[in-house]
Design a protein. Structure first.
Length: 340
């Protein structure tokens, strides 16, 4: 039987050996919250304000690859309900929860410990995740968990709203990059609900190691501190602001922007006081579409920095690289030693 960390973690007093991460990956000394990470107010998009919002988003995406948004159109009630039901999923009876651990393919609903793509590693991350696609909702709501009882009625509308927010943010980013050829409605949405239980020894464990997301943008809701951003050679703490979403620029968008925007390298640390829940909403290009530097950003003086690929090729390369997102990044970068 698969055994999820959330099922047994409260019974252990020390960190099981297979969750001890290698020395060089350990979190090290406590990292303070960084107050410089931009918080962007998306409310009031009158014409003048809109230009200002576009500027702020582009600057944050260049400087940090990550920012937070407030007044984003998803109601406080919807956010509380979503994170509450996400947390509750990990508290339903073990047998119910572990039903989802069976292999159900890319289009099913999966639950696993650590990371689905890190199976070959000899250590595990201190987290459980529930993963399913959300769009189109009519097609996928059937595969959403049916427990807790309100899961579908809460997560259905939440996913629609969050996807709309993703499209709005992409729209603002494309405007800022001067792109007009991108289409704005054919996006996928994948939801991952992560549960990082209170950890007996946060200094030896990790929730998830440093990585870049592979999609376009990730819209993240979090309850307690744990997320860190790697910038200029150091880790910075990302503040869990009530009712804000963390937006991080992911790899496919860095490629489309031809390197003008930076995808964020981020990780999650654990803590010993309480469990942490996050809802990571991955907005992505449809899986059969080409990801490539936008034609209007290419010129003799600005040659392509990445080669073209389909998202499924990205996943293959990531898997071949044992989920090392840095090696995968280099593979698609033109002129890098690893690119083919
Ligand atoms: C992810 C991720 C961060 C978090 O799912 O890719 O980085 O706070 N999650 O759970
Ligand atoms: Ni991530």
């Amino acid at each position: 039987m698969a055994s999820l960390v959330s099922t047994w973690s409260s019974n252990v007093r020390s960190l099981p050996k297979n969750f001890v991460v290698p020395l060089e990956k350990r979190p090290g000394k406590p990292i303070p919250i960084c107050k410089d990470i931009p918080v962007i107010d998306l409310g009031d998009s009158t014409k003048h304000r809109r230009a200002d919002i576009v500027q702020q988003i582009i600057k944050a995406s260049q400087d940090f690859g990550l920012f937070q948004v407030i007044n984003h159109g998803v109601s406080e009630k919807m956010m509380i309900d979503a994170i509450t039901v996400g947390k509750e999923f990990f508290q339903i009876p073990v047998e119910e929860k572990e039903k989802f651990c069976a292999e159900s393919g890319e289009n099913g609903c999966r639950v696993y410990t650590s990371s689905a793509r890190h199976m070959t590693q000899d250590f595990k991350y201190w987290k459980d995740s529930l993963v399913h696609r959300c769009h189109p909702l009519e097609e996928y709501i059937k595969i959403f968990p049916d427990k807790p009882a309100q899961y579908r009625e809460i997560m259905g509308p939440y996913s629609v709203k969050v996807r709309k927010l993703g499209i709005k943010i992409l729209d603002l980013i494309y405007e800022g990059l001067g792109l007009t050829e991108e289409n704005f409605d054919n996006y996928d949405l994948l939801l991952m609900i992560h549960n990082y239980p209170a950890c007996p020894d946060p200094s030896l464990a990790l929730g998830i190691d440093g990585h870049r997301d592979g999609n376009l943008v990730t819209i993240l809701q979090q309850d307690v501190y744990g997320l860190q951003l790697f910038k200029d050679g150091q880790w910075l703490g990302v503040e869990p602001l009530p009712y804000a979403f963390v937006i991080n620029i992911a790899f496919a968008l860095e490629v489309i922007s031809n390197g003008k925007l930076k995808s964020a390298v981020h990780r999650v640390i654990t803590n010993s006081d309480c469990s942490r829940t996050s809802l990571a909403n991955f907005v992505n290009i449809a899986s059969d579409e080409m990801i490539e530097p936008a034609k209007s950003l290419i010129s003799p003086s600005s040659p392509p920095v990445f080669r073209s690929f389909q998202f499924k090729e990205y996943l293959q390369v990531l898997s071949r690289n044992n989920s090392d997102s840095e090696a995968t990044f280099q593979y698609f970068k033109i002129g890098s030693q690893d690119s083919k």
